[in-house]
Design a protein around this ligand. Structure first.
Ligand code: PMP
Length: 344
């Protein structure tokens, strides 16, 4: 592992080895010690740098990729940014098929990072040839030597975190971690990290965070896909309307659901209490901690690690916009009153 007092060859040398920071105020009413793994310290400002680099380097090791080849994915989010960044450094073409629902800001950011962006209609079904899934699949089939990252269905997504995030947390806590609490989108982060940690100590409790409107929690409990669980929600990167193969449900003990509104307030509270400017799903994971804490689920000797997946700067027009919060009606409720009362 390189330390930060030296010169790095390029930004990819800075992927991983993110800091674990003690939370001092937001959890003060609960028993136990709480620590946040702050993934915005990755050069692409999110945990997705780990999977982009790992999956691309695996393809290189297998001889699938050589310079000039193409990397394809279907996301306008953090994964797209990370793949674009890795592609620039390694000399690949990066193609991202994104939904027309993606904001202009996001598309501009990906283009700035050198990606070729295909904007596909949002209203068509996944098997329509115009959908971003089908466009990505077709481009992958047409281009020899291309790699389709396919993060929701790629086991290497789990492996990336098994190889890096898990061992880092084990080392940083001196093996004393008792709980891991993390969001589940593709499920790669929680599954890979948990798989490694449970191999070291099977007693570690692993709690996934899911959104109201997502099928994941119900599927974990029943192993049945219940369409009735699915309805629109605002948090991006959390939960899903399908069952991702990149989620290993067997290493997760339980799921907790959080609301858009409470997660938004908690994200804002993290900034105000801890000075950590983190993304919307970091608010979601801390909201889950509050719910568990209020149920008395933590004891004095517990060492609880939460993962903050990305940086707050990506949410300036959402959770960190007062106008957006107002438009959602999030400032009308009692929660905002309690957030405003937290002053130090
Ligand atoms: N938070 C954010 C902001 C994300 O973009 C993602 C990835 N979709 C997650 C959390 C969840 O991570 P994972 O996909 O590894 O479950």
């Amino acid at each position: 592992m390189k330390n930060r007092n030296q010169v790095f060859d390029n930004v990819l040398d800075l992927v991983g080895n993110t800091p674990l920071v003690r939370l001092n105020r937001i959890t003060s009413e609960f028993e136990g010690d709480f620590y946040a793994k702050i993934e915005s310290f990755n050069p692409g400002q999110s945990s997705k740098d780990r999977i982009a680099l790992y999956i691309i380097e695996e393809a290189e090791r297998k001889g699938i990729l050589s310079p000039g080849d193409t990397i394809i994915e279907t996301t306008s989010g953090n994964t797209g940014f990370s793949i674009a960044m890795v592609s620039i450094i390694k000399g690949y073409e990066c193609i991202l098929a994104v939904s027309s629902k993606s904001s202009a800001d996001k598309i501009d950011m990906l283009k700035t990072m050198g990606a070729k962006v295909y904007v596909c209609p949002a209203h068509v079904s996944a098997d329509d040839p115009r959908s971003y899934y089908q466009v990505a699949k077709r481009l992958h089939e047409e281009r020899k030597g291309s790699v389709y990252i396919n993060q929701y269905f790629n086991q290497l997504n789990i492996e990336a975190h098994y190889q890096s995030t898990g061992p880092e947390i084990w080392k940083q806590t001196g093996g004393e971690i008792t709980h891991l609490v993390a969001c589940s989108g593709t499920g790669g982060t929680i599954s890979g990290t948990a798989r490694f940690l449970k191999e070291q100590n099977p007693n570690i409790k692993v709690i996934g965070v899911d959104a109201f409107g997502s099928v994941i929690k119900k599927y974990h409990e029943t192993r049945e896909f219940d369409e009735k669980e699915i309805y629109p929600y605002r948090i991006e990167g959390l939960g899903k309307n399908l069952i991702p193969a990149a989620t290993d449900f067997d290493v997760i003990d339980e799921f907790v659901k959080v609301t858009d509104e409470e997660s938004a307030h908690t994200a804002r509270q993290i900034a105000k209490t801890e000075g950590i400017f983190a993304g919307y799903t970091s608010g979601a994971v801390m909201q889950a901690i509050k719910q568990l804490g209020e149920e008395g689920r933590f004891t004095k000797s517990d060492k609880v690690v939460v993962i903050f997946p990305d940086h707050g700067s990506r949410y300036m027009s959402k959770v960190y916009s007062e106008k957006w919060m107002n438009d959602q009606g999030f400032f009308d409720s009692v929660n905002e009153v309690s957030t405003q009362k937290i002053e130090y």
